[in-house]
Structure formats: structure tokens, C-alpha cells
Design a protein around this ligand. Structure first.
Ligand SMILES: *[C@@H]1O[C@H](CO)[C@@H](O)[C@H](O)[C@H]1NC(C)=O
Ligand SMILES: *[C@@H]1O[C@H](CO)[C@@H](O)[C@H](O)[C@H]1NC(C)=O
Ligand SMILES: *[C@@H]1O[C@H](CO)[C@@H](O)[C@H](O)[C@H]1NC(C)=O
Length: 806
């Protein structure tokens, strides 16, 4: 059919050319087998097959064309004699033409025959190599293309290579491009980066296909070797290394070994370690081995200082690609701190009168460790009256558990021990010295509740009689004892005029000379008082017993001594021997031996006529009186006491031996004296005048006293207050009035060394203490009526104001 068309074309364009007119054109597909009719020549020439044969038709051909077609004269057709391979015939020429000439004889005719061999898709695309080897560095960027070359297809046009396809994979895609000569070639494009560490080799199959029908394809294998690049940083096995390290771990202890691996090869994979971020403190405490990655202790790890370290370790490979990891070191507590005891406040000293449960101090206990190691128990070791009361947090108060007596224990050493609960536990202790301050809680106590003292009468004023002692265990002034006498009266006279006490020493002195005959004992209350505030006191009784001395001569009551007696005893002439004539009566104010009297006849008119009862004082006739005996007998009798030395008195006894009283007047001469009566008159006059004077004085005194009462006042001195009523009413007026019946001596003195002063009003006691039995005649050296002025040390003798009417 195609042959016809070409023919027609020729005819239309070149019909003037005979030759051209004569050409016959056919088209065949290559590779047709032998016998295949290319074209019906006979018919196309308008002849029949027999004519052709008859005209000896033959086919001439140039060169190689000859072999492929031949003339089938029987059918008058051009047939394929040999399969023609267009590619072999024409290669890559687009038209492949076989040219023949048909020669006819009779007449000679020449027809050109053109056989166009058309391509069929009989060749697959083909790669020059079945294996394409590529080496691609893993660091190759995305989009990089790698030339793969061209596949060749001997066919033409559509039958030639039309495209490529690549096995599905995750890294590459294919890019098909055209050559300048129209050929298509493929490029491998990196779609996704390679990672040598994941895949070192990739094998992909690449195929090329043509456009024939059916299409043919050819393939090749792409072998890609991925080359290493230092694309891997070292990678730590953990991003955070968290370890715990006990504090005080010795230097050199391995804390942790970090480990990083680098997937790269060779130098790219050699990892070294170093700290990348590290506090100064951690830098002193930890060291890192560059090669092994071991972190070791290099200093003293103290939990209390810092319990948490964070550092970063960098791992670097040979080319400097690095990564880092965090290392966290939790330091764990070790019980390495003993508790600390701090005294926060202390009441030192504390008074002894605090009640049990009083807080005397506060302590605080701290332990720098943590957890159990920080739990502290606190206690007091000794057996002391204190305990610890836990209060808020770590505070304890020291409280007393019982009463405290400074006089028993005045200071305490309290050892407080604090123990923590670590294993092993640590403890520390502290000794607190607490002292107890005094409170005046003890009164002075006398050694004895009552004292007895003996003093001989006629003692010197100021003699010490005895001493009392009271003890007060309190401290300083609370225990300083001062003595005083409790004001009282003895026979109406203040006791202070008899006794005084040294406030400091407790020595009791006699203020005056005592007279046994006045009183024999004194009882006084002694007060001991301490100097506390308020003071405490106690008292004791002191009994002073005055012992007798032979200071009184015997007093002869009968007969009147000194020969003043008018009495004359009558002795009957007939008195027999042994009969009682008279009796001398004497007394002695002393007592005991001192008052044991013995009587003796010292002188007698007729010795031997009378005898004396030594102790009875009875005068008896010793022998019968005879006429020859003198009528008047005179005896001088001595009365002597038994004291040491003895004292005596004498008297005269007049005896008249007579039976007749008429004889008595004679005796009047003997005794009566005119002078005597005169003297009596004088005495009476004197007495009357003195009495008048005295009465006037009494009135005066009463008047003054009355005035004083109206303005009472108080005298203060220290703690001692004496109301003015205590003052003797007339002490001022009597000053120097030594002749008064009564007088008062005002006497004030400061007790040595004491802060108190006493007023002592020493009143002469002769007005009030005069014993009722005062008929005794006053002897000149009678202490009665004398007072001792201690302040001036002089003895004031008063004139006796006692008169006796005889
Ligand atoms: C307390 O301790 C001090 C000093 O160690 C010591 O002098 C004192 O006698 C002690 N007191 C007591 C009550 O143990
Ligand atoms: C004496 O006791 C009182 C309390 O009664 C006290 O205040 C004072 O401090 C004590 N004096 C001394 C010296 O201890
Ligand atoms: C003296 O002591 C007794 C007994 O202790 C007491 O009853 C009396 O009141 C005390 N007297 C004075 C004045 O203190």
C-alpha cells in the first residue's frame, strides 16, 4: 500500500521524469521472513506474471541489497528472500532503502524498485555496562545528581530509548535528560542524604525502556558505595548520667565513666572527653580522664557544702565534631558531723527558790548532716535536778526538776550530750556550769536554844559573860548574823542596862557590876538576825546566874552595934551555969558560906563568965554567978562570916547582973549622952528641910513630864525606832543632879562594826529596884545606887537618899 502511495506521490511531483515514473516503491518491515511478498510487480507494472516471465524479467540490485529480495516470476511478485535487519543494513539512519532495478527485455525496460525497510522494535535498550558503580560520600547534599549514562537501543524513533525507571528506594530518584543528539540519559538524584553508618552499600536496579509495541527494556544494576564523612558526632550512651556519690569518698574514686561512641571511622571515630561546663568548685573536686571518660574524685566531697553537682562532658572526635552529656552527681550524706550544742540563754546564777519546772536556760542543737544523720537526741548525763524539755525545732529548755538548795549544792555541772541517729552515731557534749544564787531562806540558828552563864557579883562593868553563836548558812549578808538583845525589863529596868551584846561576835557583856544581893539571875532573849532583806531571825534564851561573893559584912540586928544600943540585958544573980542570957542576932546579905556566921566574944569584963554559942549567937552563963562577980559586965562580940576573906562586925553587949531593976537608973549615966539628943534634933530639922525641897522637885518633874507627853516623837536610827515614850521622862533635867533620889543616865553608843545603833537608857535602879526588905543599912561600898556609865567609863556615885530614923 505504502508503495502505491509513494508512487502516487512521485507521479504527482515528478511525472515528467520517465525514470522516476518507472520507479516502484515498496515498504516492508524488517525481519520479514523469506517468501513474504513485498509487492506485486506485475500488477504494478500493468503486466501479468506470464508477461514478466516471457520478457525475461530480472532483478538487479546494488551491492548488498541483492540478498534481501528476489523476483517470484511465477507470481510476478517481489518477495523477501532473506530477512533483513534494518539495524544491520542502515544502522542509525532514519531511512533504510533497498534499491533494485527491474530489467525487462523485449523491449528493454528498466524500472527502479525501492524497498523501504521499516524499523520494528526488535532491539531492547541496552546499557553499556550491566553494573554501574558509584561511590558517593555520605555527606553529599540533597539534590546532587550522579550521571548514570545512556542506554542504547538500536531501534529508531519510538523504538529507541524512551525513558528510564529506577527501583523504588528511599534515597534516590531519577532524572532523565536529553542529549544534544536527542538521546536520553539518566541521572541519579539524591533525594535524601545517605548515612554510611546505616547503609554502606546500596544496590539499585535501573531500567531503560523504549517506546515500541510491545516495549522493550533493558536494565543495569547500580552499585553505590557510600563513603564515610565525619558526619557523626560522638554519641553518649546516656544523655544524662546520674550517679550518687557518698560524701568523703576518697580521692581517686571513680564516680562514673561516661562513654560516647562515634559511628565514623578512623580519626572521625576517635573520641576524647573533656568537661565542657563545670563550676569552679566542681573543677576542684572532679577530674575526667580524657581517654577513658572516667570521672574521678579529686578533692574532698562535702555533702554539707554542696550536695549536687552538675557538669557537662563533651566528647569530641578526631575532627572536632562534638556532643555533650550531662553528669549529675548527687552527693549522699554520710554521718560525718557531730551535733553542735549552742547555749542560747542561761539564767546563771539562778536563785535557789525557783520552783521545779523553771526554765533556767535554752540550748539549740544542730547537726549539719541530713536525714537520719540529722536527727538528734539530747539528754543530761549527770544525776542533777535538771532535765531537757524539747521545745520548738531543735531548741531545748533546761528546766529544774526539783527544789534546789544552795546551802546543800551551790553549783552544778550539767553535761548535755547530743547524739545523732546516724550509723554509727556521732555525739558531742557540753558542760554548762550553773550556779545557784542565794535567797535568804535560812534564819540564823543558835547553837543552843538556851544558854546559861555564871558571873560573880561585883564584876567589873564591861566584863564579858558569855557568848552566843548562831549560824546562818546563807550567803554573804543573807548569812551575816547580827546579835541583839530583845528589849525587856528586869524588875522594871530595861535589860540593856544590865547586859549588852556585841552585835558581831555575840559576846555578852555586863553593862554594870552585879549585886547578888539585888538579884540572882537574869533571863534575856537574844535575837540573831541576818542581814537579808527581809531579815530572818531567831532567838535564844540566856540565863545569867550571878554568884555570890563575900561582899557583905554580917549585920548585927541585935543588939545595935557600935555601942549605940541603949539596951542592957539583965542577968539574974542566981543564973546558973548554962542559962541563956542573951542572943546576938546578926544577918549577912550574902549567902552560903558567905552568910554562915560565927560568933565570938572578943573582949569581956570577966572572961570565962559568959560563953558564946559559935553559931547560935546565944550568950550563956558559963559558970554560976558569984557575988564577987562584977555587976556590970561588958562583952564585945565579933560576928564573922565564913567567906574568903571573912568579914566581920562587932557589937557590945551590956549585961547587968542584978535581980533588982532599981539598980538600973545607974546605968543611964553609962549610956545617956546629951549630945546624942541634940544630934537627933538636928537630924530632924535637916530631914524636914530636905523633904520639902524634894517634894518641890517632884512637882517640877511631873510638870515637865506632862509637857513632854503632849508632843510625842519618834527617833529614827537605821532600822531601830524607839518611840519617845521610851525615853525616860526627865533624863535631861536630872543631868548632873546627882543628889536626886532617882536619876537617869542617858547612854548611847554605837556597836562596834555594826550598822545598827542601840540606845541604852541606863536608869539607876535605886528608885525602883530597891528591895522591899530595904531596912538594911547601906554600907559605904554598896554597889547599889551606883551606875556605870559605859560611854565615859566613869563611875557615878550617887549619894544615898535613904535616911533612916533611929
Ligand atoms: C564543775 O566543774 C568545775 C571545773 O571543772 C569544778 O571546779 C567544779 O568543782 C565542778 N562542780 C561540781 C559541782 O562538780
Ligand atoms: C540574799 O537574798 C536575797 C533574796 O532573799 C537575794 O535577792 C540577794 O541577792 C541575796 N544576797 C546575796 C549576797 O546572795
Ligand atoms: C522567840 O522564839 C520563840 C520560839 O522560837 C517564838 O515563839 C517567839 O515568838 C520568839 N520571840 C521573838 C520576839 O522573836
Amino acid at each position: 500500500m505504502g508503495g502505491l502511495r509513494i508512487w502516487a506521490l512521485c507521479f504527482l511531483l515528478f511525472h515528467e521524469l520517465v525514470l522516476c515514473n518507472g520507479d516502484l516503491s515498496y515498504s516492508i518491515l524488517e525481519e520479514l521472513s523469506r517468501g513474504h511478498v513485498v509487492g506485486n510487480l506485475a500488477k504494478d507494472l500493468g503486466l501479468d506474471a506470464k508477461t514478466l516471465a516471457a520478457r525475461n524479467a530480472r532483478l538487479d540490485a546494488d551491492g548488498g541489497s541483492k540478498r534481501f529480495c528476489e523476483l517470484d516470476l511465477r507470481r510476478g511478485a517481489l518477495v523477501v528472500s532473506e530477512a533483513a535487519d534494518r539495524e544491520e543494513l542502515c544502522g542509525s539512519q532514519t531511512t533504510c532503502v533497498l534499491k533494485y532495478e527491474l530489467v525487462l527485455e523485449r523491449p528493454l525496460e528498466l524500472h527502479g524498485i525501492v524497498v523501504n525497510v521499516q524499523d520494528i522494535n526488535d532491539n531492547p535498550p541496552q546499557f553499556s555496562l550491566n553494573e554501574i558503580k558509584l561511590e558517593i560520600r555520605e555527606s553529599a547534599d540533597k539534590g546532587t545528581s550522579f550521571f548514570l549514562g545512556e542506554a542504547h537501543d538500536a531501534d529508531l524513533g519510538q523504538n529507541a530509548v524512551q525513558g528510564y525507571s529506577l527501583e523504588r528506594n528511599s534515597h534516590f530518584s531519577l532524572n532523565v535528560r536529553a542529549n544534544s543528539d536527542g538521546g536520553k540519559y539518566a541521572e541519579l538524584v539524591l533525594d535524601k542524604e545517605l548515612d554510611r553508618e546505616k547503609e554502606q552499600q546500596l544496590t539499585l536496579s535501573l531500567s531503560a525502556h523504549d517506546g515500541g509495541d510491545p516495549p522493550r527494556s533493558g536494565s543495569a544494576v547500580i552499585h553505590i558505595t557510600v563513603l564515610d564523612a565525619n558526619d557523626n558526632s560522638p554519641v553518649f550512651s546516656q544523655s544524662v548520667y546520674r550517679v550518687s556519690l557518698p560524701e568523703n569518698a576518697p580521692v581517686g574514686t571513680v564516680v562514673v565513666a561516661v562513654n560516647a561512641t562515634d559511628a565514623d571511622e578512623g580519626v572521625n571515630g576517635e573520641v576524647t572527653y573533656e568537661f565542657s561546663r563545670l563550676s569552679d568548685k566542681a573543677a576542684r573536686l572532679f577530674s575526667l580522664d580524657k581517654i577513658s571518660g572516667e570521672i574521678k574524685v579529686a578533692g574532698a566531697i562535702d555533702f554539707e557544702e554542696k550536695s549536687y553537682y552538675e557538669m557537662r562532658v563533651q566528647a569530641k572526635d578526631g575532627l572536632g565534631s562534638a556532643s555533650d552529656a550531662k553528669v549529675v552527681v548527687d552527693v549522699t550524706d554520710v554521718n560525718d558531723n557531730s551535733p553542735k550544742i549552742v547555749v542560747k540563754s542561761l539564767m546563771n546564777p539562778f536563785p535557789e527558790n525557783v520552783s521545779p519546772g523553771t526554765e533556767v536556760g535554752i540550748i539549740n542543737v544542730q547537726d549539719e548532716d541530713s536525714g537520719q544523720n540529722r536527727q538528734v537526741r539530747c539528754f543530761i548525763q549527770e544525776h542533777v535536778p535538771f532535765k531537757l524539755n524539747p521545745s520548738i525545732k531543735n531548741y531545748y529548755s533546761i528546766v529544774t526538776t526539783s527544789d534546789v538548795d544552795r546551802e546543800l549544792v551551790s553549783d552544778f555541772n550539767i553535761t548535755i550530750t547530743a547524739t545523732d541517729e546516724g550509723t554509727p552515731p556521732l555525739s558531742s557534749s557540753m558542760t554548762i556550769h550553773l550556779s545557784v544564787s542565794d535567797v535568804n531562806d535560812n534564819p540564823p540558828v543558835f547553837d543552843e536554844q538556851s544558854y546559861s552563864a555564871y558571873v560573880a557579883e561585883n564584876n567589873k562593868a564591861g566584863t564579858s559573860i558569855c557568848s552566843v553563836t548562831a549560824r546562818d548558812p546563807d550567803w554573804r549578808q543573807n548569812g551575816t548574823v547580827l546579835y541583839s538583845l530583845l528589849p525587856s525589863e528586869v524588875n522594871g529596868v530595861p535589860v540593856s542596862s544590865f547586859l549588852s551584846i556585841n552585835a558581831d561576835t555575840g559576846v555578852i557583856h555586863a553593862v554594870r557590876s552585879f549585886d547578888y544581893e539585888q538579884f540572882r539571875s537574869l533571863k534575856v532573849q537574844v535575837v540573831s538576825r541576818d542581814n537579808g532583806s527581809p531579815p530572818l531571825s531567831s532567838n535564844a534564851t540566856v540565863s545569867v546566874f550571878i554568884t555570890d561573893e563575900n561582899d557583905n559584912s554580917p549585920q548585927i540586928l541585935y543588939p545595935a552595934p557600935e555601942g549605940k544600943s541603949l539596951m542592957t540585958e539583965m542577968v539574974p544573980k542566981a543564973a546558973l551555969s548554962g542559962s541563956l542570957v542573951s542572943k546576938v542576932i546578926a544577918v549577912d546579905a550574902d549567902s552560903g558560906q558567905n552568910a554562915w556566921l560565927s560568933y565570938r566574944i572578943v573582949k569581956s569584963t570577966d572572961p570565962g563568965l559568959f560563953s558564946m554559942g559559935v553559931h547560935s549567937g546565944e550568950i550563956r552563963v558559963q559558970r554560976d554567978i558569984s557575988e564577987s562577980d562584977s555587976m556590970k559586965q561588958n562583952l564585945v562580940i565579933s560576928v564573922r562570916d565564913n567567906g574568903q576573906p571573912p568579914l566581920s562586925a562587932t557589937c557590945s553587949v551590956y549585961l547587968l547582973i542584978s535581980d533588982n531593976l532599981a539598980e538600973v537608973p545607974e546605968l543611964k549615966d553609962m549610956t545617956y549622952e546629951e549630945k546624942s539628943s541634940k544630934l537627933t534634933s538636928y537630924l530632924i530639922i535637916a530631914l524636914v528641910s530636905v523633904s520639902t525641897f524634894f517634894l518641890t522637885f517632884i512637882i517640877l518633874i511631873l510638870a515637865v513630864r506632862f509637857c513632854r507627853r503632849r508632843k510625842p516623837r519618834l527617833l529614827f536610827d537605821g532600822a531601830v525606832a524607839i518611840p519617845s515614850a521610851y525615853l525616860p521622862p526627865n533624863y535631861a533635867e536630872v543631868e548632873g543632879a546627882g543628889t536626886l533620889r532617882s536619876s537617869y543616865n542617858y547612854d548611847a553608843y554605837l556597836t562596834t562594826g555594826s550598822h545598827t545603833s542601840d540606845f541604852k537608857f541606863i536608869r539607876s535602879y535605886n528608885d525602883s529596884t530597891l528591895p522591899a526588905g530595904g531596912t538594911l543599912r547601906k554600907s559605904p561600898d554598896d554597889p547599889f545606887g551606883s551606875s556605870f556609865n559605859e560611854a565615859h567609863g566613869e563611875e557615878v556615885r550617887e549619894t544615898s537618899s535613904h535616911f533612916k530614923l533611929i
